[in-house]
Design a protein around this ligand. Structure first.
Ligand SMILES: Cc1cc2nc3c(=O)[nH]c(=O)nc-3n(C[C@H](O)[C@H](O)[C@H](O)COP(=O)(O)OP(=O)(O)OC[C@H]3O[C@@H](n4cnc5c(N)ncnc54)[C@H](O)[C@@H]3O)c2cc1C
Length: 357
């Protein structure tokens, strides 16, 4: 690898990086550089795997809509990426004002009839977020990696980027290479990678979110259970591989790291889920945490840094980086190529220049 020259080096093999690498490799020589042995080891492998319209910041909702066609009819080799999943926001009496007014509303009694898992008398109202699905994240990641390789991209794993000098000379733990453009898709480390390049960080904050799985109540038809989200996002619950996934929906600022869950966060999340739903939890079957990384305004940051030639930001995917990856990947490829993006207004809204860099 040492000494090889590429058009584009993508740093970070999460869902953002693999989508960008596959799209860029259509007509450019691309190297994808991932520090871990497995792509998707960090946030991308720890998500709730949901595709949910009407979730996340305004630009994220738009990018989700623009990704829908890809998810429903992916290129050959990706397999089936979506399976339908209900999604309902639930509210106690004191939370009714928090239900999103743009979504179809039902009463507490109607919710109990539709979702028997809800504890009788808990909810006073609910709002259905229609059009949600489970995403097969593994199939999405593997599909993009296969597509990138088929288009000639080189995928380096176990390779940490340790130095970047303009031009760009890329120093990795597995040798050095050159690239005309560097795409910074380093997830929670996006500001750290900028600092390596001498580029001013933009103030991203990784936020830890913890989750666990518990056994589903006996006799429950788990396939019919929707994702149940507290109206103030104080917890959520969803089916996950035959079990129930529960999260406190916590957002705790964290340095970039291999995130681990706090016992207290797991316990509070389970307690809230047990108050709202007819679930008895005797033990946690699995537990994990991941970092959702946000820019100061919680919108994604995609585009060339105005002050550093050839340095491209692809960060701040927050809690919707999986469901927006297809549109993100296409947008990155358009902008790096110098083509007009599909949605110029959106591209301008999420460009890094808004931070005055
Ligand atoms: C609990 C939880 C639930 C979520 N639920 C959903 C959901 O339902 N739907 C949804 O769309 N999104 C969800 N998300 C958010 C989603 O997981 C993220 O937005 C998305 O995975 C971010 O992808 P990424 O590629 O930017 O980051 P990552 O997957 O973290 O990838 C970044 C990669 O960069 C690598 N890297 C960093 N520095 C270097 C370096 N110097 N050299 C080489 N490599 C480097 C890292 O090793 C890492 O693999 C959830 C997240 C969490 C934690």
């Amino acid at each position: 690898m040492t000494g090889q020259t590429f058009d584009v080096a993508v740093i970070g093999g999460g869902v953002a990086g693999v989508a960008a690498a596959a799209e860029l490799a259509r007509d450019a020589s691309v190297v994808l550089i991932e520090r871990e042995d497995q792509p998707g080891y960090h946030a991308s492998g720890r998500s709730a795997a949901l595709f949910a319209p009407n979730y996340g910041s305004g630009p994220m909702q738009e990018l989700t809509l623009q990704s829908a066609d890809f998810f429903t009819a992916p290129p050959e080799g990706f397999g089936t990426l979506l399976s339908p999943r209900g999604f309902v926001f639930i509210a106690r009496e004191d939370q009714l004002a928090s239900l999103p007014k743009s979504l179809p509303q039902v009463s507490g009694a109607e919710l109990e009839a539709e979702v028997p898992l809800i504890r009788k008398g808990y909810a006073a109202g609910a709002a259905w977020n229609e059009g949600a699905s489970d995403i097969d994240v593994h199939a999405l990641m593997q599909g993009y990696l296969r597509l990138a390789k088929a288009r000639g991209a080189v995928v380096m794993t176990g390779a940490e980027v340790r130095g970047l000098s303009p031009g760009w000379q890329v120093e990795t733990s597995k040798g050095s290479l050159r690239a005309r453009v560097v795409v910074n898709a380093a997830g929670a480390w996006v500001d750290e990678v900028a600092k390596l390049a001498g580029v001013a960080p933009l103030g991203f904050t990784p936020m830890r979110r913890s989750a666990c799985t518990v056994a589903a109540p006996e006799g429950l038809d788990i396939g019919k259970v929707p994702m149940i989200v507290d109206a103030d996002e104080e917890f959520y619950l969803k089916p996950e591989a035959g079990r129930l996934m529960i999260s406190l929906a916590d957002e705790t600022p964290s340095p970039p790291c291999d995130a681990q869950p706090e016992e207290l966060d797991l316990a509070v999340g389970v307690d809230r889920a047990m108050q709202a739903c007819d679930v008895q939890v005797r033990r946690l079957e699995s537990r994990w945490a991941g970092l959702r990384t946000f820019a100061p305004d919680r919108a994604p940051v995609v585009g060339f840094d105005p002050a550093a030639e050839g340095f491209f930001w692809m960060g701040g995917h927050g809690g919707t980086g999986v469901q927006t990856a297809p549109a993100m990947g296409r947008l990155v490829a358009d902008l790096v190529r110098g083509d007009a993006p599909e949605d110029a207004a959106l591209a301008a809204e999420i460009a890094p220049g808004r931070f005055g860099c």
